[in-house]
Design a protein around this ligand. Structure first.
Ligand SMILES: Nc1nc2c(ncn2[C@@H]2O[C@H](COP(=O)(O)OP(=O)(O)OP(=O)(O)O)[C@@H](O)[C@H]2O)c(=O)[nH]1
Ligand SMILES: [Mg+2]
Length: 200
């Protein structure tokens, strides 16, 4: 897939605020600061489409980016940010639960984990959640530029196993800095978006 058009459409806190045009969603989930927004920028080749920050907890709302007038990339707020209050964590849980149950059609989730770190309990919970809702998933192991070349592939495979995903789940090392893995990620998105149309 070539991304020719990418535009920010809206931010939402609940289902009433989601776009209502029926276009498919591809949603990015992962721990705060793992590089979700950066990956959106890398995929769309826009430096400043999604807001990136060195400070965790930058993305607090659900942000919708319409791509090629044909689907949404959805930037979901990160979890595991230590400095948030209990009330804010609850708000996050409600927002995510509503998104998973009401976003439609949610074609696929890109779950992002930092290639250098073992999954946290919250990562594992997220992976369980995705499987519980039976949402097709792609695992992206971000910040691959931070790891030596030979360690990238084995580490990505290990992360998939640690998260409890089956061998069928595509796992892709990716870097928003070097753009490593971005083309492959876009190829997978094609497959997930147009699978039902092509009949295979
Ligand atoms: N080296 C390297 N740094 C990255 C990469 N992707 C993101 N970063 C850096 O990691 C930090 C967080 O990136 P974001 O894209 O804002 O992360 P996020 O997951 O959207 O964070 P929240 O919105 O807080 O949930 C920034 O300082 C980025 O520059 C990558 O592939 N390689
Ligand atoms: Mg973000």
């Amino acid at each position: 897939m070539e991304i020719l058009k990418a535009e920010f459409v809206t931010s939402a806190v609940n289902a009433a605020g989601y776009p209502q045009d029926g276009l498919p969603h591809i949603a990015m989930v992962g721990k705060s600061n793992v590089g979700k927004s950066s990956l959106i920028n890398a995929m769309t080749n826009h430096n400043k489409l999604a807001r990136v920050s060195g400070q965790p907890g930058k993305t607090r709302l659900i942000n919708f980016f319409r791509i090629n007038d044909s689907f949404y990339l959805v930037d979901l707020p990160g979890y595991g940010f230590a400095r948030v209050s209990k009330a804010e964590k609850e708000k996050w849980g409600i927002m995510m639960n509503e998104y998973f149950t009401k976003a439609s059609p949610l074609n696929c989730i890109i779950m992002i984990v930092d290639i250098r770190h073992s999954p946290t309990a919250e990562d594992r919970q997220m992976a369980e959640w995705i499987q519980y809702y039976r949402i097709p998933v792609i695992l992206a192991a971000s910040k691959a530029d931070k790891l030596g070349k030979t360690r990238i592939r084995p580490q990505a495979m290990k992360l998939r196993e640690q998260l409890g995903f089956s061998g069928d789940v595509p796992v892709l090392p990716a870097s928003a800095v070097t753009k490593h893995g971005i083309e492959d990620l876009l190829k997978y998105l094609d497959a997930f978006l147009f699978k039902s149309d092509s009949g295979h």
